[in-house]
Design a protein around this ligand. Structure first.
Ligand SMILES: *[C@@H]1O[C@H](CO)[C@@H](O)[C@H](O)[C@H]1NC(C)=O
Ligand SMILES: *[C@@H]1O[C@H](CO)[C@@H](O)[C@H](O)[C@H]1NC(C)=O
Ligand SMILES: *[C@@H]1O[C@H](CO)[C@@H](O)[C@H](O)[C@H]1NC(C)=O
Ligand SMILES: *[C@@H]1O[C@H](CO)[C@@H](O)[C@H](O)[C@H]1NC(C)=O
Ligand SMILES: *[C@@H]1O[C@H](CO)[C@@H](O)[C@H](O)[C@H]1NC(C)=O
Ligand SMILES: *[C@@H]1O[C@H](CO)[C@@H](O)[C@H](O)[C@H]1NC(C)=O
Ligand SMILES: *[C@@H]1O[C@H](CO)[C@@H](O)[C@H](O)[C@H]1NC(C)=O
Ligand SMILES: [Cu+2]
Length: 313
């Protein structure tokens, strides 16, 4: 009788904790560019034309080698490409899978870009894309609260297109890493999302080849900002962002307006140097050679305790 009651109680507790977990996680519901609103697609819903590549599952991408780290769960090319300019202000509104506010509040928010080489972004396969980092926010001052908390409070994430970025079509890879399980190897939850833009203007800035990474490739499960036994220390005395540092041309033009409270790891975590797709023919291995945009060629157009921690944090 007692054991029967105990197991009923256990089942009750498990269903209580499983239910919100299944609804949790989330996706980019909308993007604004200089105030213009673009609606994203609900994961796995019938797609409508959007600038945000649709994913098929709100659950996190797990594992730094997961091919879905590229643009999110089974991400599909989106139909539209939005106009933007160097210096354009973007917001990304993350929602929980049930339309509620974003459910997590521990971990960084990072943004990368890559040129849609030789094509328009609605056609571009980013599998082998070389991404450069344009923004990263982690701990707010005091080191006890993460910028991600603002998403949980209902606010969007903010990103600025680099002021000196050369024109062309670009994918923007905007990503949350939720670290509430990151005290175990492989526990980090990756939420990447890709948005298609055409940057206008006549600037000339771009990253160095050694500032770019592939996804997967840019992260490892053992990186200090991905696996962190001290993640629940408050205040956290340091946080080391994974991936490459923000590209130098971005820092040069923004006058260090980034809110990051700690510096990135000194070099990309990807130890295998991937040859840069070169459109200038000047040798893909040249580390001081900029990643050129082909703007000329662009034609228009398991355990209970883990579940409970997931619920609690
Ligand atoms: C991920 O890939 C790296 C590099 O190839 C390898 O060292 C590592 O063991 C892989 N991790 C997993 C969990 O497969
Ligand atoms: C882009 O085009 C150039 C020249 O036509 C070619 O060498 C290069 O491999 C192409 N890059 C991609 C990613 O298709
Ligand atoms: C984005 O900016 C708005 C307005 O300043 C702010 O309320 C919000 O907290 C910011 N988002 C993040 C993730 O910090
Ligand atoms: C960075 O900080 C400035 C003020 O210090 C704030 O206006 C801006 O919204 C912050 N950016 C992000 C991405 O939170
Ligand atoms: C916050 O983190 C920074 C480095 O990221 C460190 O220099 C500083 O001492 C930390 N502050 C506190 C209060 O732990
Ligand atoms: C990339 O190369 C440049 C010049 O060769 C060097 O100054 C810079 O430190 C390198 N950056 C990284 C992230 O390794
Ligand atoms: C690398 O590229 C830069 C400019 O993009 C050029 O000045 C330099 O000569 C090149 N170096 C090599 C070894 O090709
Ligand atoms: Cu989640």
């Amino acid at each position: 009788m007692l054991t029967h009651l105990a197991s009923l109680t256990l089942i009750f507790i498990i269903s209580l904790t499983l239910l919100p977990t299944a609804r949790a996680h989330g996706y980019v519901a909308q993007v604004t560019i200089d105030g213009t609103l673009y609606v994203g697609n609900v994961p796995n819903a019938s797609p409508t034309p959007s600038i945000v590549r649709q994913i098929n599952n709100v659950a996190p991408v797990k594992g730094a080698n997961n091919s879905n780290l590229n643009c999110g769960q089974d991400a599909q090319k989106a139909a539209l490409v939005a106009s933007a300019n160097p210096g354009s202000k973007l917001t990304f509104s993350w929602k929980g899978g049930d339309g509620s506010d974003w459910p997590h509040n521990i971990g960084p928010i990072m943004t990368y870009m890559t040129p849609c080489l030789n094509t328009t972004c609605d056609q571009y396969d980013s599998t082998n894309a070389m991404w450069f980092k344009v923004d990263e926010v982690g701990l707010e001052s005091g080191n006890s609260t993460w910028y991600q908390q603002n998403l949980m409070n209902g606010y969007p994430a903010n990103v600025t297109i680099p002021e000196t970025l050369e024109p062309g079509e670009y994918l923007i890879r905007h990503e949350i890493i939720a670290l509430h399980l990151a005290n175990e190897m492989g526990g980090a939850e990756f939420y990447p999302s890709c948005t298609q833009v055409q940057v206008k203007g006549s600037q000339t800035g771009g990253p160095l080849a050694n500032e770019t990474v592939t996804f997967p490739g840019g992260y490892s499960d053992t990186a200090p900002g991905i696996y962190d036994p001290n993640i629940f220390n408050t205040p956290l005395d340091n946080y080391v962002f994974p991936g490459p540092p923000i590209a130098q041309f971005v820092l040069d033009s923004s006058g260090s307006s980034s809110n990051s409270s700690s510096s990135s790891s000194p070099s990309p975590t990807s130890s295998s140097p991937v040859p840069l797709p070169s459109s200038t023919g000047s040798g893909a291995g040249n580390a001081s050679c900029k990643l050129r945009v082909q703007s000329m060629n662009v034609q228009r157009p398991r355990s209970v305790s883990r579940i409970m921690r997931d619920l609690l944090f």
